[in-house]
Design a protein around this ligand. Structure first.
Ligand code: THU
Length: 164
């Protein structure tokens, strides 16, 4: 007989940035600033990300599009891959994402491919990545691990391989 199984997602919705500690507010500010370097001539949707490593380094990222649309990358992966390219053994503690042009009460949330990339990073570093998704002068969604944002995800164990 089939069993019903449930997966719960716990996250925090903060009414404003001021509800957060200074270092989280700083990361959100840096993400908003990073959006200025987005290359988004096709979507005109400029996304900024800023990632904080456990060791304290901060790595910014922005979306970088291409005339061949699938070749473009999101802000989150730009930052994540830039960080891992220079700090391959680093541990990503938090990633802030801000789209300054988006107003209102609903922060932009990462796409499925970025969630997949973050899940791989969580496995690689052996610990969760916290996300701060903010609207300028608006609310912030705080999540505690990418894995909970992509339940039942595909990973290296299904390839029967351990990443080296
Ligand atoms: N994009 C991001 O950079 N991050 C997100 O979380 C959502 C979408 C980018 C991809 C593309 O350059 C543009 O936003 C429109 O989808």
């Amino acid at each position: 007989m089939a069993q019903t199984r449930k997966i719960a997602l716990h996250y925090l919705q903060h009414a404003s940035w001021s509800a957060l500690p200074a270092e989280d507010r700083e990361l959100l500010e840096l993400a908003a600033k990073a959006a200025r370097n987005a290359y988004a001539p096709y979507s005109k949707f400029k996304v900024g990300a800023a990632l904080r490593m456990e060791s304290g380094e901060i790595v910014p990222g922005s979306n970088q599009e291409n005339a061949s649309f699938p070749a473009g990358t999101c802000a989150e992966r730009t930052a994540l891959h830039a960080a891992m390219a220079v700090l391959p053994k680093g541990v990503v503690e938090s990633i802030a994402v801000v789209v300054p042009q988006v107003k209102g009460s609903k922060p932009v949330t990462p796409c499925g491919i970025c969630r997949q990339a973050m899940v791989e990073q969580e496995r690689r570093q052996g610990g969760p990545i916290r996300l701060l998704l903010g609207v300028v002068k608006g609310p912030v969604i705080e999540t505690f691990s990418a894995e909970t944002l992509l339940p039942l995800s595909f990973d290296s164990s299904q390839l029967g391989k351990k990443p080296r």
